[in-house]
Ligand binder design. Structure first.
Ligand code: ATP
Length: 318
């Protein structure tokens, strides 16, 4: 794949004005026959309607917004970023609370449309989250059938998949006969993972689902993720558990304050992120900001170059 790295621009000498150094840029040419997901300058700004009593300030604008009764404000959850994920990669996504991880996952699965840029995927990504639909009133056994049907399987295929799902979930017959509302969160997460991955999705997105599982479940999950990667699929894993991220991912992306701060080797990125969170935890805010800025500036910005000069239309294969 043709790639080209630009050197970071240096600030002009003799000027007093401090300009932020430009980040290095990595141009990636697609399609390249290996890409599974391509994000091309994808950004997300939420528009939030707020009650007039929440509008602060004494300026004319604030007074006008208060007078109108309701107002809107915006939250830039993700600054435009580009990313190419190849088949066979499992990408860990880390960042502090509210940094934009779930937003990014919702854009990848097509649950939300970005307010800037475009997302392309070779097949529909399957999102697995702890809150995804399982029916609390019916048994685990019935949830397996319902889940398979909901994912578009025929009743015959669902029946064939049943044993594999039960084996992966690690739940015994007694547990399977109980209604889901009697399950612990870890048991429900196991069942959900087993159902959601029974279709061998090409692109699997896991948002925090693993944090509730025990060691045995984590091992089964790791095997399943490895299997998906061997089948040339790719996996995104959002987690605050850095041990899980190190254990299961081949690449880690650190998103902070809506910005792609680092992207690369799991140990390197996790170590830098851990350092940042330790500084934050010790209230060394300035030090944390400088550390984050250094990580950011050392990470190349990806630019997607469409090989034939045209981007594909829609949420389609790159
Ligand atoms: N539906 C929404 N409307 C408005 N703002 C939103 C919405 N969803 C998320 N946000 C804001 O976008 C930012 C990123 O949120 P997001 O849920 O993506 O973070 P996160 O990294 O997944 O956080 P966490 O680790 O706490 O789950 C936050 O500032 C959040 O308040």
């Amino acid at each position: 794949m043709p790639q080209q790295k630009d050197a970071p621009a240096t600030a002009a000498r003799g000027t007093r004005r401090r300009t932020a150094p430009a980040r290095p840029t990595e141009h990636i040419s697609v399609p390249d026959g290996q890409s599974a997901v391509v994000l091309d300058e994808v950004g997300m700004t939420y528009t939030v309607r707020a009650a007039e009593s929440l509008v602060r300030g004494q300026g004319a604008g604030a007074r006008r917004r208060r007078a109108s009764g309701m107002t809107t404000s915006t939250v830039e959850a993700l600054r435009p970023l580009s990313l190419l994920v190849r088949r066979g990669e499992s990408v860990g996504v880390i960042g502090t609370n509210g940094s934009g991880k779930s937003t990014l996952m919702k854009l990848i699965t097509g649950q939300m449309q970005p307010t800037a840029g475009s997302v392309y995927a070779t097949s529909t990504p399957i999102m697995l989250g702890v809150n995804a639909a399982l029916v609390r009133q019916v048994s685990g056994e019935d949830n397996i059938l319902l889940g398979c049907l909901a994912m578009g399987m025929s009743a015959a295929t669902a029946a064939k998949k049943r044993d594999q799902i039960v084996e992966l979930s690690g739940l015994d017959d007694t547990a399977l006969s109980l209604p889901l509302k009697a399950y612990s969160s870890g048991m429900a997460a196991r069942l959900q993972f087993a159902i959601a991955t029974s279709v061998d999705p090409d692109i699997l997105v896991i948002d925090e689902a693993l944090n509730t599982g025990d060691a045995q479940f984590r091992e089964r999950t790791r095997r399943r993720i490895d299997h998906l990667r061997e089948q040339a699929g790719c996996v995104f894993l959002v987690s605050h558990s850095l041990g899980t991220i190190r254990e299961m991912c081949t690449r880690v992306v650190w998103i902070e304050r809506g910005e792609l701060t680092m992207d690369g080797d799991p140990d390197e990125v996790v170590d830098a992120y851990r350092k940042y969170t330790i500084m934050l935890g010790r209230d060394r805010l300035k030090q944390a900001r400088i550390h984050r800025q250094k990580c950011l500036e050392a990470t190349a910005l990806t630019r997607i170059d469409w090989a034939d000069g045209h981007e594909p239309t829609g949420h389609t294969a790159p």
